[in-house]
Write a protein that binds this ligand. Structure first.
Ligand SMILES: [Zn+2]
Length: 279
């Protein structure tokens, strides 16, 4: 199954839009989920655990409750919106409540079938599921171009979306190798320090396509290159991915510059640069 832009940003059976935060640590900080429009709450579920799904038995434990904590609200003109994976005990509304656009409904969580903390939204109108990004019915053919004017997202948000490009969610220099599962739990690792015996440039990505190559460079304040590493092109699409390249040794105190670039078939899709202070 292709996503509504004919790409690979979905998987079979997924009929909604996932809006993520980085980590379970961020979930504990609390990120509000708000009403997309004026409407009325039809039904809710609360009291499901926030628990990342990693194994088959995790998956079996949420059978029939894949949405986790969530709600369904009715808007005008035949629109209905379902929200899923909200944080346990965060629901701020009950059936029958009338809400206005922007009202707080709950918090982003990881209840139900969630592999990272996020809110899943399914939008439908008169029973047809719509893709909020393109504004089209899911039953229609995909369209390879993104037209912000047709999106159901607010114009100021739609104008900033680049849905066909990969994202660099976070990057930096750590004092140890970076493990994807630890990123999802703890968030970005601490910055490398003068106590560490290795230094590792790392990055966390979403929506990488098969064939993508990732390059890391690390330079010191004099402009000397300490890391310059380009990985092998990816052998398959990656909805979420972590990569790193590092070296043995201790970085002296000082300022460094880390750069990550994402290239597909020779075209630079994303580049991110940051100053890092090592102490
Ligand atoms: Zn989803």
């Amino acid at each position: 199954m292709a996503d509504p832009l004919c790409g690979s940003l979905t998987y079979d059976g997924h009929t909604g839009t996932d809006l993520r935060i980085l980590s379970m640590k961020d979930m504990e900080t609390g990120y509000a989920v708000v009403a997309v429009g004026d409407g009325k709450i039809l039904r809710i579920r609360d009291q499901e655990q926030d628990h990342l799904i990693e194994t088959e038995s995790d998956r079996a434990s949420v059978a029939g409750k894949e949405c986790g904590n969530g709600l369904v609200m009715q808007l005008q003109d035949g629109y209905e919106v379902q929200y899923c994976h909200l944080r346990k005990n965060s629901l701020a509304v009950k059936p029958g409540d009338v809400v206005r656009a922007g009202d707080r409904l709950g918090e982003i969580g990881a209840s139900g079938l969630a592999q990272f903390p996020h809110v899943h939204i399914t939008v439908s109108r008169h029973g047809d599921t719509l893709d909020p990004l393109t504004g089209r019915k899911l039953s229609e053919h995909c369209t390879p171009t993104f037209n912000p004017d047709e999106s159901l997202f607010a114009p100021e948000i739609a104008a900033k979306l680049e849905p066909t490009k990969p994202d660099i969610l976070a990057f930096g220099v750590a004092g140890r190798p970076v493990v994807y599962d630890a990123l999802v739990r703890e968030g970005p690792p601490p910055v490398v320090s003068t106590n560490d015996s290795v230094f590792v440039t790392w990055a966390w990505f979403a929506n990488l396509k098969k064939g993508t190559a990732i390059r890391f460079t690390l330079t010191d304040a004099k402009g000397e290159t300490l890391v310059d590493h380009t990985g092998e092109p990816l052998d398959r699409n990656k909805a979420a991915y972590a990569a790193f390249a590092g070296r043995q040794g201790t970085l002296p105190r000082g300022q460094y510059q880390v750069e990550v670039s994402v290239t597909l078939d020779g075209t630079l899709l994303r580049k991110a640069v940051s100053e890092v202070a090592v102490r």
